[in-house]
Design a protein around this ligand. Structure first.
Ligand SMILES: [Zn+2]
Length: 107
C-alpha cells in the first residue's frame, strides 16, 4: 500500500480515487469519515488519504494525479496573449512567446 494523495477536501480525494480507478488502479480511501471510526483516528486533524493497493502502480498513480492537477491549474483561468514583438498569439500557459522569446506582458 502506498499513500499517493491527501487533501483536506474529501470531494477532491474522492475525485482522484475515481480518476485512478477508471485507469484500472485499485485504491483505498482512509480517514474518509474522520469523525466516525473509533480507535483508528488518533489525531483530531486528519486529512482524507488516497492509497494505492499495489505498490507497483504507485508511480503511474502519481503521474495521473500530477497530470490532472497541472491541467486543472493551467486550463481555465489563463488567457491567450498576443506577442508585442512578432504578433503571434501565445497560449496562456507560456510566459514567453514561443516564436521569438519575448516575455508575456501579463507577467
Ligand atoms: Zn513573439
Amino acid at each position: 500500500m502506498r499513500l499517493v494523495f491527501e487533501n483536506i477536501d474529501f470531494t477532491i480525494v474522492g475525485h482522484m480515487q475515481s480518476l485512478l480507478e477508471s485507469e484500472g488502479i485499485r485504491t483505498e480511501l482512509r480517514n474518509a469519515g474522520a469523525s466516525g471510526i473509533a480507535g483508528e483516528v488518533p489525531y483530531t486533524q486528519v486529512y482524507p488519504e488516497l492509497w494505492v493497493l499495489n505498490n507497483r502502480e504507485e508511480n503511474r498513480a502519481l503521474s495521473i494525479i500530477r497530470d490532472y492537477r497541472e491541467k486543472d491549474a493551467a486550463s481555465p483561468t489563463v488567457p491567450e496573449w498576443k506577442c508585442a514583438n512578432c504578433g503571434e498569439t501565445v497560449d496562456g500557459v507560456y510566459t514567453e512567446c514561443w516564436n521569438c522569446g519575448t516575455p508575456s506582458p501579463l507577467m
